[in-house]
Design a protein around this ligand. Sequence first.
Ligand code: URA
Length: 241
Amino acid sequence: MNPARLLHELGDEIRVCTLCRLAQTRTYAVPGEGDASAKIMFVGEGPGQQEDESGRPFVGKSGQLLTRELGKIGVSREQIFITNIVKCRPPGNRVPLADEIEACNDYLMAQIALIDPKFIVPVGGPSLQTLVSKKLKITASRSKVFRKEGILFIPILHPSAALRAPGTMQMFLEDLQNLRDFLAREIEENEITDIESSLGITSENATQNAGSGANSHSQTGAAPSNSQASGEDDGGTLSLF
Ligand code: URA
């Protein structure tokens, strides 16, 4: 079966999913939408009210801002696939909980495997942390390029942050300009940020920490997590990565 068909069937499965508590409070699950053979995937945090009421991703205020600004850099919604780390709205738009992200993870990984994008744009911190590393901060990682399992990740600030804080709008717009530049040319090897070194992990202390179980990401200011700072993938629950 072709990827578009499989993606559609996956969407049908997501729409009736009851794997976590978010199923009890949602109106509609929001599987995601767009081109099944897109080169670029955008992955946000989770549906908000308008998304929950319509079953479509990024259609509320922040989604409209993202769509408008993407249009200005020559990227249309039809060209991309856009989804979220959790497919159902967390009540009151709270940040999704770890077990909710985990429950939805197989869906996201299956979408990525079917679409096989060249680029993934994590939109906001929770998406960056789910897809690239729990220890990365969006403020320090935005507009950088990371590589994991052959996919290039270019995180951007979440448009809802841009709408909340005027100073952040400029940073969000800068992220989109940088994204346009990255998409328009070949990305050189030396532009790709090594995930471990951006966490302050050297191969030497990674080995030590693997032995001691100590966390080694203090330079990021990130909260300690229970994953090993061993220099291995710390995507935690992710099966694809
Ligand atoms: N914010 C998100 O992260 N995702 C949406 O779909 C809408 C708003």
